[in-house]
Design a binder for this molecule. Sequence first.
Ligand SMILES: [Zn+2]
Length: 248
Amino acid sequence: MSGLLDDVIDWWRNMRHRHEGVPVASEEVTDAVKAMYPHEKMQEPKRQSRYTYVDGPMYYLGQQIVKAMQDAGYPAKILYCYRSAWKQNELYVKGRTAPGPKVTNAAPWQSAHQYYEAVDIIHPSRGWDVSERYWEALASCVRIVSEKFGVELNHGHYWKFRDSAHIELRDWRLVRDRHKRNVHDQGDLRPPNRDELWWRFYEVLPDVVRSQYQQGTPPGGVDQLHPDLAAWLAKSSSNKSLLRDLLS
Ligand SMILES: [Zn+2]
């Protein structure tokens, strides 16, 4: 995603919060996109069929939620998964050291988005400007995917500071704390790298990884496995706590 588009989207998010959570009517989308998605509920012209594995487990689960939405007749897309700490800071200072109302409670490195642990899912042409039915459908799809993959998710739809587009892994703070200990405290102020995203993928979705390997098709981007992980994958039953020990 280009930096300019990021800026536009952030401006848009800011405006939305500025209006006390009431979504603004128009997204900065092209006329082609508007023409392609004239209705809130309709058959998706470009359905989710391929999945990305390299952006961590939440991105993968987000794609599954998008797919479930499409099955229910609601077009949807992932707007954000990763958001840089720099970008988070820009949002955070608003209403604090910069003018305007507060738009987020999360300081840099304190949002699940900095660790690829959250997605924001919206309508492709209407953005947040959708009916309550749309958000209820999304809430159902979050529950379905959570159930199907055995993963605990938080949906901002139920928060007091309501954020219906936002879905995150319930234990994301574990990743934040681990990252702080293993990376930031070592003086390396960077986001999770590709290897770390992979390890997290194994941790959250072991069965997805295992079934890919059993089919003889390693997920794209995997060249070689860490021997400990290979041994763990070879075990007949998944053992998340064992993997957690390996990772901590
Ligand atoms: Zn979010």
